[in-house]
Design a protein around this ligand. Structure first.
Ligand code: NAD
Length: 353
């Protein structure tokens, strides 16, 4: 492993490798940038095929968190941690407590949150050993309803308001009555987004790989079910990817008929050049890490206090940031993802300089 010459290395401030043979813990914590504040990001547990694959993931994901928090104007830096192991076989209370001690040793420079392979109860076990875990406290959510720390409702609301901003910009309309939307993925975020859209009068076409999730959207929201092959290419106003990354590639972009892309999934573009390809096709892409920042905003306030109203006000800034990105992209004839990166860099590189 060669961290400094790794293709994903981007002047990360700190990389820490942890090993505890007694519990089987092997973990890496990456702090990409802390100009804006302590690095916050998920703790992922995954059976990586190699140490190299784990390093690649933690370098890439921690950098992404710097950009996301800066663009959301949060006083947070970017970090991520990975535990190498199969969460179904290798996870134990002892291993999670050991991870908690590792986090504690970083003295608050990195704060871990739930991610794939870890849950809120897992983070609570780590929290026996450290205060440096987030997204674990029962608190009133942004809508005043009780929340157990799950950031999905805030993410879904942020995506909904960001989608409205994109529709306003691209289609020149401020109401969503009769707007046609295709949603890929009806999980924690996608289903809630579908409900917001339905309540606002939109018409929905949906697909989920899990038949139960699909049936629920059909039964409860009157959505029209379609197949995996159809969902992204439907002749609708908006496509909302809420399942997987890398869904927009040369083929799927050629087959798109929507005018707007606005969804929750992380890393939606398969390659960087797809940003420009979407611009050339006249499709407005709401950069994923800008529109799906609701979760990190929610976690920030859970940690720092402020109450539901403050969270909601901050969530509403997602739409303003997106509108700024869209206007700058038009003015400079550049793709929206490129502008989002530049805006984020302005917000974190200038701190402390
Ligand atoms: P989830 O696991 O609850 O839901 C994902 C849904 O997608 C599931 O219902 C699953 O069955 C479905 N799915 C999986 N593969 C599919 C496929 N090939 N086609 C169609 N559907 C498929 O996850 P979530 O929390 O709703 O997150 C959705 C996306 O948003 C993820 O990419 C996640 O990284 C991203 N995201 C989530 C949050 C959050 O707060 N939960 C925050 C930021 C980003």
């Amino acid at each position: 492993m060669t961290p400094f010459s790794h293709p994903e290395f981007d002047n990360h401030e700190q990389l820490t490798f942890f090993c505890d043979p007694d519990t089987g813990l092997r973990a890496i914590v990456a702090i990409h940038n802390s100009n804006r504040g302590p690095a916050l990001g998920g703790c992922r547990m995954y059976p990586y095929a190699s140490d190299e694959a784990a390093l690649r993931d933690v370098l890439r994901l921690s950098r992404g968190m710097t950009y996301k928090s800066a663009l959301a104007n949060l006083d947070l830096g970017g970090g991520k941690s990975v535990i190498i192991g199969d969460p179904r076989k290798d996870k134990s209370e002892a291993l999670l407590e050991s991870m908690g001690r590792c986090l504690e040793s970083l003295n608050g420079r990195y704060i871990a949150a739930e991610d794939s392979g870890t849950s809120v109860p897992d983070l609570r076990i780590m929290g026996r050993q450290t205060r440096n875990v987030a997204g674990i406290t029962d608190h009133p959510g942004f809508d005043g309803k009780p929340s157990n720390g799950d950031p999905s409702p805030a993410t879904a609301y942020g995506v909904f308001t960001g989608l409205q901003a994109a529709v306003r910009h691209k289609l020149g309309r401020s109401d969503l009555e009769g707007l046609t939307v295709a949603i890929q993925g009806l999980g924690n975020v996608g289903f809630r987004l579908a409900r917001h859209l339905k309540d606002a009068g939109a018409r929905l076409w949906v697909y989920d790989i899990q038949p139960d999730n699909l049936a629920r959207a059909v039964d409860e929201l009157g959505a029209t079910p379609v197949t995996a092959d159809e969902i992204l290419g439907l002749p609708v106003d908006v496509v909302a990817p809420c399942a997987l990354g890398a869904v927009f590639n040369d083929d799927s972009i050629r087959n798109l008929h929507a005018k707007v892309i606005a969804g929750a999934a992380n890393n939606q573009l398969a390659e960087p050049h797809h940003d420009e390809m979407l611009r050339q096709r006249g499709i407005l892409y709401a950069p994923d890490y800008a529109i799906n920042a609701g979760g990190i905003i929610d976690i920030f306030y859970e940690r720092h206090g402020g109450g539901p109203q403050a969270v909601r006000q901050h969530l509403d800034t997602i739409a303003h940031t997106l509108t700024e990105i869209f206007l700058r992209a038009d003015r400079e004839d550049l793709p929206t993802g490129h502008i989002a990166d530049r805006l984020a860099e302005e917000r974190f590189k200038l701190r402390n300089s």
